[in-house]
Design a protein around this ligand. Sequence first.
Ligand SMILES: Nc1ncnc2c1ncn2[C@@H]1O[C@H](COP(=O)(O)OP(=O)(O)OP(=O)(O)O)[C@@H](O)[C@H]1O
Length: 365
Amino acid sequence: MTGVTLEQVKKKYGNVEVLHGIDLEITPGEFVVFVGPSGCGKSTLLRMIAGLEDISGGKISIDGQVVNQIPPSKRGIAMVFQTYALYPHMSVYDNMAFGMRIAKESKEEIDRRVRAAAEMLQITPYLDRLPKALSGGQRQRVAIGRAICRDPKVFLFDEPLSNLDAALRVATRIEIAKLNESMSDTTMIYVTHDQVEAMTLADRIVVLSGGYIEQVGAPLELYERPANLFVAQFIGSPAMNIMPVTITRTGETTEVELRDGTRFEVAVKTPESDKGKKASFGVRPEDVRQAEEGEKYLFEGKVSISEALGEVTLIYIEGELVDDDPIIVKLPGIHEVKTGSSMRFTADEPKLHLFDENGKSYLYR
Ligand SMILES: Nc1ncnc2c1ncn2[C@@H]1O[C@H](COP(=O)(O)OP(=O)(O)OP(=O)(O)O)[C@@H](O)[C@H]1O
């Protein structure tokens, strides 16, 4: 079993540094997903692990061995790309066998591995076809099959589903989850900007932004305890609502005041020195509910629009409580809501988040 360690890994293109000293320990057999907005450096980091990009600083180790100077073919990795990268003139079988033929494996061994991978991915009926006679999803499975045949110690995926349509994405995502179960000794590193893929596939997610790691954790840990405003708003859809507040009482629990003067308590510890300081209060759209008549409420606002999606109703509230983005409330089921009407909302205390003036969660201070 093989782990991957990154120590102070940096990447520069010319004078521009795009990764600023990444430290990460990926344990053997783990499925780690890199997520982050476009340009945050996630593909570059993956390509550096693969050996397809030079390392400008720091160390990358695979299985305890520093690989900075080791070529891709000697790193024990296999990579699946967004664009499949199949040879168009070769059959599916030959595409999958190609790497092993180069490595001078025996004919019998090649046949055994190609058929085993094809079985696992349910592409046996297509082994004689050319890639052009396959759908996008089938082509991607061939690309994954080719990677499996190499029997990699580390499996790297660079946005493998992003060229597929919605239904195929789901089906292929489930294939990859099954693959991960059947290859439980193989370490997998997966790049995506799709948070559903990240949440469903990962043992741990690494959230990147601007060439830095914002947080590393299990999917639900990031959802329930985001370390900062960036992660809070990146994980979860629609994004967490953020409202500017002032801290009016500190201690084991904290009282905050919204812009309209409403005060309430958040079950988060704050230091005395933060009394009177600006902070950001956060609550997820799905954690908000309508306050009962006479019940203490968190916030009140006029409905600017509502969307009934059947399974849920989304209510948008604009006004002084927020800066640019409206507050979004996601209520289960169908609700008749009048535009312009005033509504009061509340949420259970454990679902409330508080971030300091620098955007860092008070849970981690
Ligand atoms: N060959 C290159 N030369 C110069 N800059 C580059 C090069 N490749 C990438 N970059 C820059 O490095 C940064 C990180 O790019 P990278 O492709 O890793 O981002 P990403 O998070 O994978 O984005 P996306 O989701 O859009 O693929 C970006 O600012 C990009 O413009």
